[in-house]
Ligand binder design. Structure first.
Ligand SMILES: [Zn+2]
Ligand SMILES: [Zn+2]
Length: 203
C-alpha cells in the first residue's frame, strides 16, 4: 500500500465523534450497547412507517458495535442526506460518496461526504483490507427503498424483502429495519484508485 494512508487527514466533524476505548472515532451510524442492554430487537408501529424496528441507543454511552448499524440513525441519515460517518448534512450541490461492493445497485450504509469516505477508506481496517473489492460510487443524489423483515426461515434466520419507499402495502406485511440508497447515475472507481486520484489532485 502507498505510504499516505497513515497520514489520512481526519475531517473536523469526525474528530468530534465519540471514541471507542482504543481512541478510534465511532461512525455515527454504529450501534451502541449499554451494560443493561440484553440486545433484543424492539419492534413498534406507527401510521407513517407501519411496523418498524426501533432503538434507544445513544452514541457515546456504552460500547460501540462496529459493523452494526443503529436502525434509527441509519433511517434518519438516509432520509435527511446526513453523512453516515460524521453525521452532518451533505449539501445538495455536493457529490456524495457511497462505499460498497463492486457494482452495488444499492447501499445499506448511508452516503458519506467525500472527505469522510476518503478518511474511512484509509483508516477502517475492514475497508482497507478489502482493497480493490471496495468501490466508491459518486452521485449527486439517490432514491430510497425499504429493507423490511418479512418473517423467519425454519433455521431461525430473518427473511428480508425490498419494497418501494413508502409502499402502503409493505407497512402491513413486514417490519421496516433499514432504508437502502440507490444512487442516481453514479460514477464508480475502486477505493484505492479513487483515494490515489484524490491525493494526486490535492498535491
Ligand atoms: Zn440505536
Ligand atoms: Zn461526513
Amino acid at each position: 500500500m502507498n505510504g499516505s494512508w497513515r497520514s489520512a487527514p481526519m475531517p473536523q466533524h469526525v474528530a468530534q465523534l465519540p471514541r471507542n476505548t482504543a481512541g478510534r472515532p465511532v461512525p455515527g451510524n454504529v450501534s451502541w450497547y449499554e451494560a443493561d442492554d440484553d440486545g433484543s430487537i424492539l419492534v413498534t408501529s406507527n401510521d407513517e412507517l407501519g411496523g418498524h424496528i426501533t432503538c434507544s441507543c445513544t452514541p457515546g454511552r456504552g460500547t460501540p458495535a462496529f459493523g452494526e448499524q443503529c436502525p434509527v440513525r441509519q433511517r434518519e441519515f438516509m432520509v435527511q442526506r446526513l453523512c453516515g460517518l460524521c453525521t452532518k448534512g451533505i449539501a445538495t450541490m455536493e457529490q456524495l460518496a457511497f462505499v460498497g461492493e463492486t457494482d452495488a445497485g444499492y447501499y445499506l450504509e448511508p452516503p458519506l461526504h467525500q472527505d469522510c469516505a476518503a478518511y474511512a477508506l484509509q483508516v477502517c481496517p475492514r475497508l482497507h483490507a478489502a482493497g480493490d473489492r471496495i468501490e466508491v460510487a459518486l452521485a449527486q443524489t439517490y432514491t430510497l427503498m425499504e429493507d423490511r423483515i418479512v418473517g423467519m426461515t425454519a433455521g431461525g434466520e430473518l427473511r428480508r424483502a425490498r419494497f418501494a419507499f413508502g409502499d402502503p402495502v409493505a407497512r402491513h406485511l413486514a417490519v421496516l429495519e433499514f432504508y437502502l440508497a440507490v444512487p442516481v447515475a453514479p460514477t464508480r472507481q475502486t477505493g484505492p484508485e479513487w483515494v490515489a486520484n484524490r491525493t494526486q489532485d490535492a498535491a
